[in-house]
Design a protein around this ligand. Structure first.
Ligand code: ATP
Ligand code: MG
Length: 299
């Protein structure tokens, strides 16, 4: 690929990260339409090209400087980093931010009938996984030797098929493990999606665009985790009411027409307000409580 003035961002073509990755960029004001047949989607309003690829390819594209940014699961990123380090290939990147989606865990699991006490129960046994490097790092740190069975898919059927004694695989609900007669014994790695940048020289224009994009991403993520709260509260209970609103130390307090014993409180809360907090607020005499989503945040 030749050098381009357009910022290249690699995202997963289709899979668990693709929808959220596209949604995040769109929320940041990047306008694009994805054509399922095409590898590249050009943004209409910014000098940005999206490269839609298998998630496994994203860390390497960033580390080799083929793209400027990538959105990827930390599990795939660290697996690739360890792999490349062992092969002496370029493995540098800068993690710009952990994102608020793609959460999962990489866990050890064994058949129901396996008498598992701790990870040492796996000493000398064969473990099937798609993440040999993360598994080896975990086992080496504990000083446990094991034999590995590398499978890129269908890891969960390996024990039943007689290929391995246990597995090391991504888990979210545990339903797939259950369906295959396995149970989770140990979490070895917790992962979220993240955005990474190539260490290769960037033009100043590209760096400025990356900075703008990151400030917007920060704004989108902060807004998603925050709520705008409006309520009426008795003046006497104002301090207790405000203390119940997470992260809203400096609310706006406004007088109410024809009622000097009550005020209107407007606040941005750093968390959602749960029903039990709403009930506590009501018990303090608060009324007309509104909890509203925030679209964007800056500054
Ligand atoms: P590709 O075709 O791009 O290689 P894939 O099949 O390898 O896709 P997906 O199943 O789409 O990958 O998962 C992509 C990433 O989503 C995972 O590497 C992980 O970071 C994250 N993820 C979030 N929740 C889960 C889950 N429950 N199971 C598996 N991965 C999850
Ligand atoms: Mg993959």
């Amino acid at each position: 690929m030749t050098a381009s003035n357009r910022l290249r961002i690699a995202i997963q073509k289709s899979g668990r990260l693709s929808e959220e990755s596209q949604k995040l960029l769109k929320k940041c004001g990047v306008k694009f339409t994805v054509n399922e047949q095409r590898l590249i989607a050009h943004a209409d309003n910014m000098p940005i090209d999206l490269l839609r690829v298998r998630d496994d390819d994203i860390p390497g594209l960033v580390m080799d400087g083929v793209v400027d940014l990538g959105i990827i699961g930390e599990n795939v990123l660290e697996e690739e980093e360890i792999e490349r380090q062992s092969l002496g290939m370029p493995s540098e990147y800068q993690k710009l931010k952990q994102l608020d989606f793609g959460g999962c865990r990489l866990s050890l699991a064994v058949p129901k009938e396996f008498a598992y006490q701790d990870a040492y129960s796996l000493e000398g046994l064969r473990i099937a996984t798609s993440y040999p490097n993360l598994l080896r790092r975990f086992m080496q740190n504990k000083g446990i030797s094991f034999r590995s069975c590398l499978l890129k898919g269908s890891v969960e059927v390996a024990p039943r098929a007689g290929l391995a004694d246990g597995i090391c695989d991504l888990v979210s609900t545990g339903a797939t493990l259950e369906a295959n007669g396995l149970y989770e014994t140990e979490v070895i790695y917790r992962s979220m999606a993240c955005i990474i940048q190539s260490q290769q020289t960037q033009s100043q224009e590209k760096q400025l665009l990356i900075d703008t994009l990151m400030s917007r991403i920060n704004g989108v993520i902060r807004a998603r985790g925050s709520k705008y709260i409006l309520l009426h509260a008795p003046v006497d209970a104002l301090e207790q009411v405000v203390a119940l609103l997470p992260g809203a130390e400096n609310p706006t307090v406004l007088p109410l027409k024809n009622d000097s014993s009550r005020v209107a409180v407007h606040a941005v809360s750093s968390e959602d307000l749960f029903w039990d907090t709403m009930e506590q607020l009501t018990a303090l005499g608060a009324s007309s409580i509104l909890v509203m989503p925030i679209e964007k945040m800056m500054g």
